[in-house]
Design a protein around this ligand. Sequence first.
Ligand code: ATP
Ligand code: MG
Length: 266
Amino acid sequence: MTCIKIPKDHPRAESLRIREKLIEHFNEGVVASAGLIAHGRGEAFDYLLGEKTTAPALNAIEAAAAMLLTAKHPVISINGNTAALTAKEIVKLAEVVNAKIEVNLFYRTPERELAIKKLLEKAGANEVLGVGKNASARIQELGSERRHVDPRGILIADVVLVPLEDGDRTEALVKMGKKVIAVDLNPLSRTAQNATITIVDNVVRAMPKLVETTEKLKARGLEKCHEILRNFDNKRNLAESINLIKNRLLEAAEKGELLTVEAGKL
Ligand code: ATP
Ligand code: MG
């Protein structure tokens, strides 16, 4: 149930709608209270980026699509915020690249795991890994609840898509020899810095775009995917996102004005 009515012409309508969605799913036990705060930190970076999918993000999305299509055992790792905001796209992407979907939570409770599983099943998922006793394997490098993984999923994955991730776990997965694709609005976070491919964008925009790009790329064949991956440099791509923020801030500082979407011309 939505708590407030958002006027269509409100300048922050989309951002408010996303907040309402998260609150709704918080009330249903899908999103953790800390997830609401994490979203706020993300919003601040989205504001600086101009609240749109930038050119570097589009390049990272293409590389991510190529990496998922060339993977042997791709897994999409899901937390409460991702499920609340993009359940439909997660299911679609898993279908297109033949990936497993696994629930992996920092604030792990049996109730939350089940609530997320149900939400994904409602969106069309046939199988959701990592719930309850199924998360019987351990990532040794990690102390938090996120160390529990499913032996059929993340444990044997070669590529893990972590739409919203924590820095410690990204590092641990990379140490285990996995390729990690992260979606993170903060290009400076440990997640962004340690992932193999970082999509600096809001999951709400990035996930539908990733589904669309993956479908198109699939039709172009594996050789095209390998070529895209050969030409992609994550550090360079991150630097482009950081530069974009820097230039928008410089422009705003010169004008002494609020940042607008137009200020972030590509
Ligand atoms: P790290 O652990 O990687 O160093 P952190 O500790 O600063 O990062 P966390 O609390 O682990 O951050 O996660 C919050 C981060 O998740 C935010 O800084 C933001 O970049 C990212 N985030 C939150 N909501 C979204 C969203 N809707 N889309 C993309 N990224 C998001
Ligand atoms: Mg963190």
